[in-house]
Ligand binder design. Structure first.
Ligand SMILES: *[C@@H]1O[C@H](CO)[C@@H](O)[C@H](O)[C@H]1NC(C)=O
Ligand SMILES: *[C@@H]1O[C@H](CO)[C@@H](O)[C@H](O)[C@H]1NC(C)=O
Ligand SMILES: *[C@@H]1O[C@H](CO)[C@@H](O)[C@H](O)[C@H]1NC(C)=O
Length: 550
């Protein structure tokens, strides 16, 4: 085309310019009006110029809105006033979690000794993932020294008088029973060891027959903890029927189509956070690794000891209370004490040395087996590790790829010891949370406890997972969700998160996320659970006259 000889001058111009020329001559009036408007706009800009230039603008603000809003558009727009604070904060969500929704009482059955699990089974269960059965019971009934503040939920929720109780907790530990059974059976998970006829059925019979409370409500105000993947799916129809009328406290809320979502009874069951090995069995204390604002310490306070498993005494060790400085013997201990004394005298004692979170994303976890196929992690974890494309060998992917683990800033491995993992968590910005066999990934609670922003990949609130306390806690304020079909874009998605956006997520994870973790000092889990129980009873949530007049 450029080589063709022009017959008329206008034809030499490119097509758009030609159209413009033609249009100018045809619609002269329209063009004049447009020109006048343009001149007026320039004049207005010239007057506003210096003022709008003086307005501070973050270098990264608005980037996350993508193409819809470009940086240069923003300064030229009319600005609008931010809304004034509402006097009536209760009109906003999420709510103030320190204010209980209603006055609630929970009675806990005292089972006769013959119906309790042997001490050995209970002790062993403290090291299992099913520890939440024991913890919820203990935190409500016997939170020891941690319940010293009057606001601790133990002081307001727990009652020994069934006549004033709104709910009844049955201290039944069927998952602990099965854990012991599976250990004895060499991890044959089809073994049951009589969990139904020697344990669940007798306990439920006792509850029904020795007390009037079950029959009074048909079981509807009774609570049972089921912290296993498939909830009550491990037990016989007879056992399940005996427990069926009560509300289950479960760790996996799954609303996907059957069969996966079949065990979660929506509108009946409540989701609780899982107990984790790191936090609730080994009691590794995040505040030994990060400071009170969630910033990583250069030198952890050194609570994690390889002997911890034998030495930890669950009722007296609590996470989120910094460990005391270890007392060291000998010259070295003396020197350290001297340094501490000097620092104290100089007023430096509280200045811990901090470092930045330099790891972009962390993940510790396994890969399933070749036989699991899609059942494991929906295939998502196969992207995390390098693959040679052989579906019989880890990570069981038919594609050849280097794995996210090969990328700078990604700290991905199958396993770490507790102290190493805790140090790495403290230095990580994001924590990856893909599914395992189920949607639940206990590691999110480790992320929350260490101030790591969780990234749900094919799991979480946008993938059919009901998150704990979702009626009160805004999970989207402290996490990211990447759908399964975009899992392969994860590295770019994380790279695009601006510093301002990360800071917002990080501070929310530290303020709110930490309240969702099972711990005894604040008793936050019972505090949050109580809010959902108030709703089940319609206590403290009934409509007032003003709403009726609406
Ligand atoms: C509750 O009802 C069941 C059967 O309906 C009965 O066997 C049981 O004895 C009742 N419990 C009490 C305490 O009366
Ligand atoms: C539980 O109760 C529901 C009705 O509320 C019933 O449809 C279901 O079959 C019961 N399940 C068991 C295991 O008894
Ligand atoms: C894939 O791995 C399996 C197990 O190691 C091996 O037997 C098989 O030959 C491999 N297939 C290919 C195509 O390399």
């Amino acid at each position: 085309m450029p080589t063709a000889a022009p017959s008329r001058p206008a034809a030499a111009l490119p097509a758009p310019a030609r159209r413009l020329l033609t249009s100018t001559s045809r619609h002269r009036r329209t063009w004049l009006v447009l020109l006048a408007a343009l001149v007026a706009w320039f004049c207005a800009q010239a007057r506003r110029g210096p003022k709008s230039a003086a307005q501070p603008r973050g270098p990264t603000a608005h980037k996350s809105h993508g193409a819809a809003l470009r940086d240069d558009d923003v300064g030229t727009r009319t600005s609008f006033p931010p809304l004034d604070d509402l006097l009536d904060r209760a009109r906003l969500w999420p709510p103030d979690l320190n204010k209980p929704l209603c006055d609630l009482k929970i009675y806990v059955y005292d089972l006769p000794p013959a119906l309790r699990l042997p001490d050995k089974t209970v002790k062993q269960c403290r090291w299992s993932a099913y520890n939440s059965e024991l913890l919820l019971h203990q935190l409500l009934v016997d939170p020891t020294a941690h319940a010293s503040t009057t606001s601790h939920p133990h002081n307001t929720l727990y009652t020994t008088n069934p006549a004033e109780a709104d709910f009844f907790l049955v201290p039944l530990y069927p998952a602990c029973f099965l854990f012991d059974c599976w250990v004895k059976a060499g991890w044959t998970k089809t073994a049951r060891c009589g969990v139904d006829d020697t344990y669940i059925e007798p306990v439920m019979r006792y509850v029904r027959e020795a007390h009037p409370h079950w029959n009074a409500s048909g079981g509807a105000d009774h609570l049972l903890v089921h912290p296993m993947d498939f909830v009550d799916g491990y037990y016989t129809e007879t056992s399940r029927a005996a427990m069926n009328a009560s509300t289950y406290l479960v760790t996996v809320g799954d609303v996907r189509p059957a069969p996966l979502g079949s065990y979660f009874r929506s509108f009946r069951d409540l989701v609780i956070p899982s107990s984790t090995h790191l936090l609730n069995s080994y009691r590794v204390n995040p505040l030994d690794y990060v400071d009170e604002a969630g910033r990583p310490l250069v030198e952890p306070r050194g609570a994690a000891s390889p002997h911890r498993r034998d030495n930890v005494d669950p009722p007296t060790v609590e996470i989120f209370s910094p460990s005391p400085e270890p007392v060291e013997a000998g010259l070295r201990g003396l020197a350290r004490s001297l340094v501490r004394l000097v620092r104290h005298v100089l007023g430096l004692a509280h200045v811990a040395r901090l470092e930045a979170r330099t790891t972009l994303a962390i993940f510790r976890g396994g890969l399933g087996t070749a036989a699991d196929g899609e059942r494991y992690s929906l295939g998502i974890r196969s992207l995390f590790f390098p693959s040679d494309g052989n579906t019989s060998t880890p990570p069981f992917s038919s594609h050849v790829h280097p794995g996210f683990s090969s990328l700078p800033g990604f700290d991905i491995a199958e396993w770490s010891d507790n102290d190493d993992y805790a140090r790495r968590l403290a230095r990580s910005r994001f924590g990856l949370a893909p599914p395992g066999y189920t949607l639940d990934t206990t590691r999110i609670y480790e992320y929350l406890a260490f101030g790591v922003v969780p990234v749900f990949v094919g799991s979480g609130p946008t993938a059919g997972q009901v998150m704990p306390f979702a009626r009160d806690v805004d999970w989207s304020s402290f996490s990211l969700s990447v759908p399964r079909e975009r899992a392969h874009e994860l590295p770019e998605i994380l790279e695009r998160v601006t510093d301002a956006e990360y800071d917002r997520l990080r501070s929310a994870v530290w303020d709110v996320g930490r309240k969702v973790v099972l711990e005894g000092r604040e008793g936050n889990v019972w505090r949050l659970l109580a809010r959902d129980l108030c709703r089940l009873k319609r206590k403290g949530v009934a409509a007032g006259p003003e709403i009726a007049n609406n």
